[in-house]
Design a protein around this ligand. Structure first.
Ligand code: GAR
Length: 198
């Protein structure tokens, strides 16, 4: 039986597309829902174009009430009965309560070599730290921000003169290889680490 995958995003959804395009044929999973906190997220249109049910729950009307926002998310998610949730550029911090509901079944992609450079502006953080390499990480989501067991990492070289945008542009294609490679294994219970180099 194929695993059911829900993908949460806030933006353009290029990682969602990479995941969804991989989920065909003998792949052990299928996308069942793409859900966004931003009604205008480009990823929603892309999902609909790929025939994947897409929905949004705008976080703004909830103000600071994260619990109420997450209750609405949970309702949508539960209706889709996912086995696995992939955060793919989902830019809302989730509460421990929500994370506990899905723990062990929720993955995230983060644009740094964790545990280095958690949070935002990771490309700038890597440049400011004088790093020779940069990368991305797919990890299980736990209560620790950008923490949780690492399932895969991909690495690129940093070249003289690189800007944050240069790093983002060179890293994204690797994100698109790493996340599907991890999901394929995770969906069959294989938590061994994936490593990729540009
Ligand atoms: C990706 O670079 C992803 O690693 C990052 O957001 C981008 C989403 O792009 N995620 C985070 O920063 C999470 N903290 P996409 O919408 O094109 O997949």
């Amino acid at each position: 039986m194929n695993k059911r995958v829900a993908i949460l995003l806030s933006g353009g959804g290029s990682n969602m597309v990479a995941l969804a395009q991989d989920m065909h044929g003998a792949h052990p999973a299928r996308p069942v829902l793409v859900l966004s906190n931003t009604p205008t997220a480009g990823g929603l249109e892309k999902a609909a174009g790929m025939g994947i049910p897409a929905a949004s729950i705008d976080h703004r009307p909830f103000g600071g009430d994260r619990a109420a926002f997450e209750a609405a998310l949970t309702k949508k998610l539960e209706a889709a009965a996912p086995d696995i949730i992939c955060l793919a550029g989902f830019m809302r911090i989730l509460t421990p309560h929500f994370i506990a509901r899905w723990q062990g079944r929720m993955l995230n992609i983060h644009p740094s070599i964790l545990p280095l450079f958690r949070g935002l502006h990771t490309h700038r953080q890597a440049l400011e730290a004088g790093m020779a390499v940069h990368g991305c990480t797919v990890h299980e989501v736990t209560g620790e921000l950008d923490g949780g067991p690492i399932l895969g990492q991909a690495v690129i070289q940093i070249k003289p003169g690189d800007t944050p945008d240069d790093l983002a542009a060179r890293l994204l294609p690797l994100e698109h290889r790493l996340y599907p490679a991890v999901l394929r294994k995770f969906a069959v219970g294989d938590h061994s680490k994936v490593s990729l180099c540009a």
